[in-house]
Design a protein around this ligand. Structure first.
Ligand code: DPP
Ligand code: ZN
Length: 845
């Protein structure tokens, strides 16, 4: 496997004007006949005619109608082609039913489907499979199946065939084909300029039909929102979404034909939780928003992946905030960033938002590219202001429509609109690692000073770091909790900087990094009294929540390191928020939620300790019990207050009540032995409450009866059963986690080839911090065994799951030795995929 460098980019030798593809479908012998009009690229630096191709059986090829004998290799096809426009034709054979990689054309429960991003199109036919080659596609599908779909608009169809034409030039990674026995929920959306768009959500018949309505609603909301907020209209007469059972990612934004992991689109009140509904709404929006940020303007090369992903995540986060609550959305997004991206930055897999080299691009669909990529855009918006952000985006769409663009193009529109020099800001794209922002304060003579220092620790391949541009939103509160200085954005550009606020009558309490204005770790030696004050009074909801979070994290760490016991100050602060009926229940639920055991492990490591997951687990349990006991009298009242009248809707308001109800129920179960939870389980009419009750029971090592009942009720429903598989493993007592996972791999419904099921069991295992890291090493061994089994079938999902080991150097020597052995065993497997090889090599560092 070869390392590819951003600095080696060269333009394509040939461009493509049009592509005609004919598919003669067959499970093991699909014929793909291509006719591609090439012309030399005037900007090319090389004249080599090379087409990617992988796992293809070559049948024949012609140039301008004359048969040719090209050089074939495992990577593709080479030929001494004319230095003038020509038509290339080829016929190849592929075998979708044996393609378990779920990349290229494959089969899922009788349905033909495709996944081409990033480099799957080369498994379909010979082609310049790179995003800067954009072309107009016409596709003919021949197959004995009722529904035959591709990108764009239908041209003609009859029994056994269909023809499609996509008028918008696109890179091959956005190609899609679906063929199967499918049924649609249909609707329409009229764009603001009056284009009537037909919308369909397709599923296989036999159970999923009732789960389509919410996705359709989310799609229409997304279409309206992108018109209203970004001025972007949809540009075809048809928009199809198809749900697929076997899928490596969440979903894929293929032009006019989005393909979704069934778990990311199908939902009904009985089968999906509030969190599922929210996730589905966000993913539908995300894929739809890609139509402009990704499809109309795509990436020049895969190093620019954050150009479309960071921006599209940012847009879907804005959308979720607008649809639901901005405060709660921001807290959710920050929790995800800290849990996944900060973790990534803190280990051997750290890389910049725009990496400068990779072996396998599939390994860079990461929290850093996506979530940190979105944060970078949020900072840019904060720095330039909303009005200039809007102007810059308009310019971006105007200037680059139809382009395969770069981060430089993106930043230039902001420079052109604002006149700013963004060269220092651009370091956010090239410098890996999470900055630490150390805060010292002083107060004298009515002037409050903030002394700030930023420092980014070294990451693999980047020993020294430069100062970044940090937008730091700050507000100052007086002793009554009133705001004496409203939110102000400080622009920090140097390693150390001091900011002053004058004219104050007493020393204020600072609320720093409001709304999480930059993706940094704040090191501020506030007293717990100050934190408790902010938890009670901060006018910025994010920092109010974060003050509680920091208090909890600090307490948990003192419990681990110094045998501290929970102090009443903390418990009273929590109680006050919980009882405050003026606060959004969703917000109260978030305040009640403790940092995860994984969060505590990371925080301990950051503070120079070696985390012991067994001790962390004990301490978390102890704290939850203390909280439950402290709140004993309040819990039943809040639980009762959170009951929702009327039929279930997944809207933010009742969902917030259910979130708080479930959080309270989990605490209550520690006191009543699971009585209330068993009742909720028995009477639940929606998955949020059914699953919330089951979780509460499993957390106190009860619920065997309910688990069996759940399986009996839901055995027929794949998506619900994924929850059943995941929950048992993730909540198993630490010494039984690996055994539980192993037992479930022998369950008749376990299917190694289905990524959702594999992730349910092994994602459940990695999510059980104390269980995965149990000192026996059983968790490590089991995961390694199964990754070795999965790799020959599905390299992409295998490689992704190796990230379970990315914190391994944080642990004690004994655990490190065991993890190293597991990683070396994977690395030493003969025939290991390039995807997994790259990951274990980086992990072993
Ligand atoms: N489908 C994936 C996403 O939307 C990759 N583009 O993020
Ligand atoms: Zn995306």
């Amino acid at each position: 496997p070869q390392t590819i460098y951003l600095s080696d980019y060269t333009p394509p030798a040939y461009l493509v004007d049009s592509v005609h593809l004919t598919f003669k479908l067959g499970a093991t012998d699909t014929r793909v006949i291509s006719r591609i009009a090439f012309r030399p690229n005037p900007d090319a630096t090389s004249k080599e005619f090379f087409l990617h191709g992988q796992d293809l059986r070559f049948v024949s090829a012609m140039i301008d109608g004359a048969p040719i004998t090209p050089d074939l290799s495992a990577e593709g096809l080479r030929y001494d082609a004319p230095d003038a426009p020509f038509v290339f034709e080829a016929e190849v054979e592929i075998s979708p039913s044996t393609n378990t990689s779920l990349e290229g054309l494959y089969m899922s429960n009788g349905m033909y489907c495709t996944q081409c991003e990033a480099e799957g199109f080369r498994k379909i036919t010979y082609y310049p499979d790179r995003p800067d080659v954009m072309a107009v596609f016409t596709v003919r599908i021949e197959g004995d199946l009722p529904v035959l779909l591709s990108n764009g608009n239908p041209v003609a169809q009859d029994e056994g065939w269909a023809e499609w034409h996509d008028p918008w030039p696109k890179p091959a990674y956005l190609f899609a084909l679906i063929a199967g026995d499918l049924v649609a929920l249909s609707d329409t959306f009229t764009t603001r300029s009056g284009r009537k768009v037909d919308l369909n959500i397709w599923v296989r018949p036999g159970g999923d039909e009732a789960k389509r309505a919410f996705g359709m609603d989310a799609l229409k909301k997304s279409m309206a929102w992108d018109e209203e907020i970004y001025g972007r209209e949809y540009d075809l007469d048809l928009f199809n979404i198809v749900a697929v059972d076997d899928f490596n990612m969440g979903a894929m934004e293929n032009k006019g034909l989005n393909i979704f992991n069934a778990s990311a689109v199908l939902a009904s009140p009985e089968t999906a939780t509030d969190a599922d509904f929210e996730r589905i709404e966000a993913i539908i929006a995300h894929e739809y928003f890609h139509n402009w940020t990704g499809n109309r303007i795509t990436c020049r090369d895969w190093f620019q992946l954050c150009l479309k992903e960071g921006l599209t995540v940012f847009r879907d986060q804005q959308f979720t905030g607008d649809m639901r609550s901005h405060a709660v959305t921001r807290i959710d997004d920050a929790m995800v960033l800290r849990a996944h991206q900060f973790r990534e930055d803190n280990g051997p897999l750290a890389h910049p938002v725009r990496p400068d080299s990779f072996v396998e691009i599939n390994n860079f669909y990461t929290a850093t590219v996506y979530e940190k990529g979105a944060e970078v855009i949020g900072m840019l918006k904060l720095l330039v202001g909303d009005a200039d952000y809007a102007k810059a985006l308009d310019l971006y769409f105007d200037r680059h429509d139809g382009d395969a663009a770069t981060i430089e193009d993106w930043l230039r529109v902001f420079e052109d609109v604002t006149g700013r020099d963004l060269s220092q800001f651009a370091r956010w794209y090239s410098q890996a690692g999470t900055p630490r922002l150390t805060v010292h304060e002083s107060y004298a003579d009515g002037t409050y000073q903030l002394h700030l220092r930023q420092e980014t620790p070294p990451t693999p391949g980047q020993e020294t770091k430069e100062p970044l541009v940090l937008p730091i939103a700050v507000g100052l509160l007086n002793e009554n909790g009133a705001e004496v200085v409203p939110t102000t954005v400080l622009e920090m550009t140097q390693a150390e900087q001091t900011f002053s606020f004058g004219g104050l009558s007493s020393k204020p309490t600072a609320s720093i990094l409001r709304n999480f204005s930059a993706p940094v770790i704040v090191k501020h030696d506030k007293t717990n009294a100050e934190r408790a004050f902010l938890l009670a009074h901060d006018t910025d909801p994010f920092n109010r929540w974060d003050a509680g979070r920091t208090l909890a994290q600090d307490l948990l760490m003192r419990m681990v390191c110094d045998n501290a016991t929970p102090d009443t100050g903390f418990l009273d602060g929590l109680a006050a928020v919980l009882r405050d009926d003026t606060l959004d229940p969703a917000f109260r639920a978030l305040v009640l939620r403790l940092p995860s055991e994984e969060d505590t492990a990371q925080a301990l490591f950051d503070a120079g300790h070696t985390p012991d997951p067994a001790v962390i687990n004990d301490v978390h349990e102890t704290l939850k019990l203390h909280i439950a006991q402290h709140l004993q009298d309040t819990l039943p009242r809040i639980y009762a207050d959170m009951s929702v009248d009327g039929p279930y809707t997944p809207d933010a308001e009742p969902a917030g009540k259910r979130a708080l109800g479930n959080a309270v129920l989990a605490l209550q179960s520690k006191l009543d032995g699971g009585k209330a939870a068993a009742q909720q389980f028995a009477s639940a009419d929606n998955m949020t409450q059914q699953l919330g009750a089951l979780r509460a029971l499993l957390q106190i090592a009860k619920g065997a009866h309910e688990l069996a009942a759940f399986e009996a009720q839901w055995g027929h429903d794949r998506l619900v059963m994924d929850k059943w598989f995941a929950l048992q493993v993730s909540l198993a007592p630490a010494d039984q986690a690996a055994a539980t996972a192993e037992k479930l791999t022998a369950h008749p419904d376990f299917d190694i080839k289905n990524p959702n099921r594999f992730r349910a069991v092994f994602g459940g295992l990695r999510g059980n911090t104390a269980g995965f890291h149990h000192r026996s090493g059983a968790g490590y061994d089991l995961l390694a065994d199964w990754l070795i089994k999965l790799d020959p079938l599905n390299p992409q999902t295998t490689a992704r799951m190796t990230t379970a080991f990315d914190t391994w150097k944080h642990y004690d020597t004994e655990r490190q030795t065991k993890i190293r052995e597991a990683l070396e065993r994977i690395a030493g497997t003969s025939g290991l995929s390039g995807d997994t090889h790259e990951m274990v090599t980086r992990l072993l560092g």
